[in-house]
Design a protein around this ligand. Structure first.
Ligand code: NAP
Ligand code: FER
Length: 372
């Protein structure tokens, strides 16, 4: 009688790698005559299932299991360890005109990742090397090591720092503040989303520059963190009904630099305090990202009798400076001059909730999903 090989349902899923160990049962005509275990490498990924109307919902996303991607010559396969959750992802879920192409329906959600090289096809990047890049919301990605967006993680720092303080958000803070804010010692710098990935770095750098630094954050716990832990001079809770008066009291000499992260009612409260000659780097306006008709900071600032110098910027405007900025930030972290907090969720399936939470202000520090 001919041998029949029957693949029996998944026997075990390894937690660390989330790959299936399938039990292969060898059946000769009748009863089983033994089993062997084979490791079948799989990728889990989250794709955009539909475009949100207002606040994203978990059913705008879909978790899929696929086979591992092929690794073309010169490329590496990376097992993603950490996924960064960032506000810009909300913009990529929409197809309204933007500076960046939207994620297509059925495409893997875009996202920054730190991962470990597990396979190399003719590349000189060795197995085990940690890389930061845009691997997306998935457990394995193929990277081209010569892509300008693929970088080694800074040495002597926890690898996840490459997604926050020593990565894109940290560089955003540094570049937006230095290129557009141009803070001078003694000036008053206000930053919104002050407990978050970008805002926390903005305020600490402004303190290093000798400025008076006032944060705006949601709730007393975040405000305590901003003053006691990060060392800002003051912090105003934007959820308090006295926000505008609190802000005025915290800025007795007016505001010279407002690093704009949130827009909305926080901007409305800061605008009347802006001094002549003040500068407003417009980094983002997260309070409007879920709105059908967002009010941009240009509307509010442009309507002032004496508008400040203001412009929207992208961290990607200064590609030739990016690596040196990350080096400088990393050095400050190692020296203890820059502090940071991460808010970590476990498992790829948590990514949709994590993004929804960031847009609600539920994160405390840089939001990260640990994948492995
Ligand atoms: P984050 O600050 O770590 O997290 C977002 C924070 O925004 C929340 O924790 C919340 O803090 C605040 N927020 C959410 N909804 C709000 C609302 N309705 N009113 C006031 N605050 C609200 O995020 P991040 O990654 O550092 O990003 C901060 C900003 O930088 C975003 O606008 C983002 O789009 C922008 N960004 C721009 C660039 C660029 O190149 N231009 C690059 C990176 C990031 P509270 O609880 O304190 O309100
Ligand atoms: C980038 C430029 C800007 C980028 C992200 C942003 C992922 C974020 C912008 C925003 O949050 O408004 O190259 O890479």
């Amino acid at each position: 009688m001919e041998d029949q090989i029957t693949i029996v349902a998944v026997g075990h899923r390894s937690r660390a790698r989330r790959n299936s160990v399938e039990r292969v049962e060898i059946v000769r005509g009748g009863p089983s005559c033994g089993t062997i275990a084979v490791l079948i490498m799989q990728n889990r990924r989250i794709v955009l299932a539909s475009r949100p109307d207002g606040e994203p919902r978990v059913d705008n996303f879909r978790l899929e299991t696929t086979s591992l991607p092929e690794v073309p010559f010169g490329r590496v396969l990376v097992q993603n360890l950490y996924l960064s959750i960032d506000p810009y992802m909300r913009g990529r879920m929409s197809d309204r005109p933007s500076y960046a192409r939207p994620v297509g329906i059925g495409e893997v959600m875009v996202g920054g990742t730190v991962g470990r090289v597990v396979q190399s096809n003719g590349s000189d990047v060795g197995i085990g090397k940690l890389l930061v890049g845009y691997g997306g919301w998935q457990e394995y990605s193929v990277f081209n090591p010569s892509d300008a967006n693929v970088l080694p993680v800074p040495h002597d720092l926890p690898p996840s720092a490459a997604l926050g303080v020593a990565g894109m958000p940290g560089a955003t803070a540094y570049l937006g503040l230095s290129k557009i804010g141009e803070p001078k010692a003694g000036e008053t710098v206000v930053v919104s989303a002050a407990a978050g990935a970008v805002g926390s770095v903005v305020g600490q750098i402004a303190k290093l520059e000798g400025c008076r630094v006032v944060g705006v954050a949601g709730g007393p716990e975040k405000c305590r963190y901003v003053t006691s832990h990060l060392g800002f001079d003051a912090c105003v809770d934007h959820r308090s009904p006295s926000m505008a008066a609190d802000l005025r009291a915290a800025c007795p000499n007016g505001v010279d630099v407002y690093f704009e992260n949130v827009g909305g009612k926080v901007l409305e409260a800061v605008a009347p305090l802006l001094n002549s000659g003040s500068r407003v780097p417009i980094c983002g306006f997260i309070s409007q990202y879920n709105e059908a008709n967002p009010v941009t900071p240009f509307t509010v600032l442009g309507a002032l009798p004496h508008p400040p110098v203001h412009r929207f910027f992208l961290v990607s405007e200064w590609p030739e400076e990016y690596r040196a900025v990350v080096e400088r930030l990393s050095h400050w972290v190692r020296e203890g001059k820059l502090k940071y907090t991460e808010d970590v969720s476990e498992g790829l399936e948590q990514a949709p909730r994590a993004l929804i939470g960031v847009l609600r202000g539920e994160n405390f520090g840089k939001k990260i999903v640990k994948l492995a």
